[in-house]
Write a protein that binds this ligand. Structure first.
Ligand code: GLV
Ligand code: MN
Ligand code: MN
Length: 412
């Protein structure tokens, strides 16, 4: 650790975040679906900033921006993502990218500091086309066939078409050079209310949940809503609603203390007031940081579906469409963040699990990884009301840069 680490520029961090909020603004937040003009504009903005931090920038063939340094010494990889959920918040993603940029601007030009911070923006963390596509590509866990199969969840446009219209088709994909990095550090807003409610400034992430997702299809019989007696109907919509209630009643008996489950989308086919729906579909998600708990709940989900089918009304099919391994954050990274928070945030930190998914869990499959949280006002995220106090943003940036310095120094 240098005795007098160079100071961060808090005003510059806030200005950068506000500049990114200005690209694709929606109310107080942003609307930046993956490969939209606003997302691509944000990637260009970042690529133009990276040389200021001594980094050669590349926007690769999956939409990752990766900055590499020629400075000798250890390299720490840092970043997050720049696309958003639809009509959502301004900090989910950009906070971690701007902190990484600030760390690189402070650390890389300083010849008295051994090593460099390399900055990345991972594409499609928010899952418009898949999940963690950019970080999975970087760690070598995304095939060309995966890209061929990926489609926009809103428009059904293929990912290949989207890459072509974003000008990225045919570009090579950058993959990790094994052994290059001492690890990966990511900052993020907490997206919950744990820190705020305990008046704390920094979350030291211990683990990140695995996310398993399902498409559940109910097939009944489409018929006339006026002439079909209640007793003989095969109403797929009603079966789906009852199924959701059964899940909610029985899951708590099998879940862990922080297991969560969500039905994020329900559709009825044909979806008209005078027609009994013959088909219903729901997208269902389970999250926990213990894969064993999720597997147990999946088994139960399938048993509930089989029960409905056995009753003879509607046929229920459960298809798992996403899995993700929960990740443990590196102990040394947790210690570095905690020590930085002790010095620069009055020790107001808490070790805590992450209920949100993050690219750090993908990077953790090939290198030590750590994450730092800053408080979210009211615990709100994936909504344009998402916000964090300026003072917390600046404190978080200082802790982040200090943690980077500690991690680089620990390799000397
Ligand atoms: C990531 O945004 C998540 O949904 O956890
Ligand atoms: Mn998000
Ligand atoms: Mn995020």
């Amino acid at each position: 650790m240098p005795n007098n680490p160079p100071p961060i520029d808090g005003a510059r961090v806030l200005a950068d975040l506000n500049t990114l909020r200005g690209i694709g603004t929606y109310r107080t937040g942003v609307h930046k679906p993956t490969f939209s003009d606003a997302h691509m504009g944000s990637l260009r903005w970042l690529a133009e900033r990276l040389p200021e931090a001594g980094l050669a920038a590349e926007v690769d063939g999956i939409g990752n921006v990766v900055g590499t340094s020629a400075k000798p010494g250890p390299k720490l990889l840092a970043g997050s993502h720049l696309e958003s959920q639809n009509f959502a918040g301004w900090l989910d993603g950009p906070l971690g990218v701007v902190y990484a940029l600030e760390a690189a601007r402070v650390i890389n030009p300083d010849a008295t500091i051994r090593g460099a911070v390399e900055v990345a923006s991972w594409c499609d963390e928010e899952g418009h086309f898949g999940h963690f596509l950019g970080s999975r590509s970087y760690v070598g866990a995304l095939t060309e066939a995966d890209i061929d199969a990926a489609r926009d969840r809103n428009s059904d446009r293929t990912m290949r078409e989207a890459l072509a219209s974003a000008g990225l088709a045919g570009r090579p994909r950058v993959t990790a050079e094994r052994g290059r990095h001492v690890g990966y550090l990511e900052a993020h807003i907490e997206q919950g209310e744990t820190l705020e409610s305990a008046d704390l400034s920094i979350g030291v992430v211990t683990s990140i949940v695995g996310i398993w997702q399902y498409r559940i299809v109910f097939t009944g019989e489409q018929n006339h809503a006026g002439t079909t007696r209640m007793a003989i109907r095969k109403d797929a919509g009603l079966a789906m609603s009852r199924f959701c209630v059964a899940v909610d009643e029985s899951f708590p008996k099998l879940s862990g203390p922080r297991t969560v489950w969500t039905t994020g989308r329900m559709t009825l086919d044909p979806g008209a007031p005078s027609i009994i729906p013959g088909r219903a579909e729901m997208l269902f998600q389970i999250r926990d940081d213990d894969a064993g708990v999720i597997a147990r709940l999946e088994q139960h989900l399938r048993a509930l579906a089989a029960d409905v089918t056995a009753q003879g009304g509607c046929v229920v099919e459960v298809e798992r469409i996403r899995t993700g391994t929960p990740a443990r954050m590196d102990a040394g990274f947790q210690d570095a963040i905690e020590a930085a928070a002790r010095d620069l945030a009055g020790g107001k930190s808490l070790r805590m699990p992450s209920g949100a998914g993050h690219d750090a869990q993908v990077l953790a499959t090939i290198m030590p990884a750590g994450m730092l949280f800053v408080p979210s006002i009211g615990g709100i995220s994936h909504h344009w009301h998402e916000n964090t106090a300026d003072a917390d943003i600046v404190t978080g940036a200082a802790v982040f840069v200090d943690a980077c310095l500690r991690l680089l120094a620990s390799t000397s």
